[in-house]
Design a protein around this ligand. Structure first.
Ligand code: ADP
Ligand code: MG
Length: 351
């Protein structure tokens, strides 16, 4: 909607991890080199961790995008897979028939497939995204897969991408054998202020922007402070900021402009603040004579109460969001009418 107003050829802040928009910050560059180095090792595991939205999937997609022809890459995004499901998933990603096959059949087929690839001078890469969801036994199964060899050369290499929770999983004492197979690992942190500004400008230019400086310094600071330098948060906010700019016909954003968008976005966010046990209602929320309060049942009651409360809050928040959307639509409507009238006036003046 705002693209033509700002002279853009595409939307600069899409949420899909698009390799064409890859911005190589210092950390992203380093992570990319690790992945490339890992690839050249052709064995073991590469692990990339990082908080939600810091760019793990984007990096992986960029890597897959410019990968050599001789690598057969399969990408898995894992819900909580058990070891058997993992094997099935891997087999199907390698385009093998999985119907009515036992696990040992599948393992045999996978080995046959991998060794066939090696025979053609190719190799296989398994990219496991959201790997923090994998149970320990499944990670162990992955390790077993990495044991396949032909003439002393490993047949499969894996990359694990996961949120910070993946780190303690891999640090577990019984994961020693797995750890020995890690050839490189790194952690993606959010961008710092300067990098965040570069990130925004990079994406804007990449989407075709070539006008004047669009944001004042303190407007940038507000964007950075709100998004904490997390690319996904920046994308969501920036999309709204540009829409606001188009509606308000803003040519350079001042702090106040950005702040009003941040206030709107904040009002629309309905994330639970803390769903850890400490956030659960305390025993005082249960009738005093409830003898179950310290038992399993007591905990269940507390949880049910808590989720009920949370659902009510969610309903309120959704109501607010709908009201807000209606307001926004009405606003856009009015604006379009205004623009249309101005256009008709200009046209009659011309005639
Ligand atoms: N280095 C980067 N260059 C360009 N865009 C990025 C970069 N890192 C993250 N993004 C953007 O941020 C959003 C979230 O990135 P994503 O890779 O999905 O994060 P993660 O997998 O770590 O949760 C995506 O919209 C993506 O386009
Ligand atoms: Mg991801």
């Amino acid at each position: 909607m705002y693209e033509s107003y700002y002279g853009l050829t595409s939307k600069p802040f899409q949420l899909t991890p698009d390799p064409a928009f890859f911005f190589a910050s210092k950390l992203h560059k380093r992570a990319m080199s690790y992945l490339q180095y890992g690839l050249s090792q052709a064995e073991g595991f590469i692990v990339i961790t990082g908080d939600i939205g810091t760019g793990k999937t984007t990096i992986a997609n960029s890597l897959l995008d410019d990968m050599e022809q001789d690598i057969f890459a399969a990408q898995i995004v894992t819900p909580k897979l058990n070891p058997d499901e993992l094997i099935k998933m891997v087999a199907s990603k390698f385009e093998l028939d999985v119907v009515n096959k036992s696990k040992s059949d599948l393992l045999e087929d996978i080995e046959y497939f991998l060794s066939g690839l090696a025979g053609q001078g190719k190799r296989a890469l398994l990219l496991v995204d959201e790997a923090q969801n994998l149970p320990l036994e499944t990670i162990e199964e992955l390790r077993m897969l990495s044991n396949f060899q032909k003439a002393g050369k490993p047949l499969l290499q894996s990359f694990l991408l996961g949120q910070a929770e993946l780190q303690p999983i891999l640090r577990a004492p019984n994961m020693e054998q797995f750890r020995q197979r890690i050839v490189a690992s790194c952690h993606l942190a959010p961008l710092n202020r300067d990098e965040s500004i570069e990130y925004i400008e990079y994406r804007m230019h990449h989407a075709g922007y070539n006008g004047n400086k669009l944001f004042s310094d303190d407007a940038y600071t507000a964007i950075y402070e709100f998004s904490k330098g997390v690319p996904r948060k920046m994308n969501t906010l920036m999309d709204r900021v540009l829409l606001f700019g188009f509606l308000e016909e803003i040519e350079q954003f001042a702090l106040d402009d950005v702040q009003s968008v941040i206030d709107e976005v904040k009002a629309e966010m309905f994330l639970p603040e803390d769903i850890s046990d400490s956030a659960l209602p305390r025993n005082t929320d249960i009738p005093a004579d409830n003898s179950d309060r310290f038992t399993h049942k007591g905990t269940q009651i507390r949880e049910a109460e808590y989720y009920k409360k949370m659902l009510f809050e969610l309903v309120d928040a959704l109501d607010d969001a709908i009201k807000h959307k209606i307001k926004l639509t009405q606003y856009i409507d009015r604006l379009l009418k205004k623009k249309y009238k101005a256009y008709v006036r200009l046209k009659t003046d011309d005639d």
